[in-house]
Design a protein around this ligand. Structure first.
Ligand SMILES: [Zn+2]
Length: 136
């Protein structure tokens, strides 16, 4: 089962995430002061695509960019070197995820799963924008 494949990856850094709709989970943001006592957590990630966005600090990106932010490392999405770095870290920490479960399967969201994770993430991000989830 590939559904929710990014959940574990994010859960390590996003405490008490709660399931929302369409693969989205909401939890507390690791990038800004998002006290667990606040009523509504501001960070959302998509466990299927790896896309994420914070309503509080406005940060957003794909799973690789998330990893880089956590590690305090710059990440250029056009850089092959950065991409290789992100993949190798994920392969090390989340072998299941890296092995990909990228097998062909029908995706209810209509996003082909033979796309790379980064591609899926950027699609999810675009859809996100289109839905006007931005609070600006
Ligand atoms: Zn935030």
């Amino acid at each position: 089962m590939i559904e929710g494949r990014w959940r574990e990856f994010f859960s390590v850094h996003v405490p008490k995430a709660k399931r929302g709709a369409n693969g989205w989970w909401n939890g507390f943001c690791p990038f800004h002061e998002d006290p667990e006592t606040s009523r509504s957590p501001s960070f959302g990630f998509n466990a299927n695509s790896g896309g994420w966005r914070c309503q509080g600090c406005g940060e957003h990106g794909n799973a690789y960019q998330f990893l880089a932010r956590i590690e305090g490392r710059p990440y250029d999405k056009d850089s092959q070197e950065d991409l290789r770095w992100a993949r190798s870290v994920i392969a090390e920490r989340f072998p299941e995820l890296a092995r990909g479960g990228m097998k062909k399967k029908r995706s209810p969201g209509g996003v082909g799963t033979n796309l790379s994770a980064a591609e899926i993430a950027s699609i999810a991000e675009m859809q996100n924008y289109q839905r006007g989830m931005s609070s600006e």
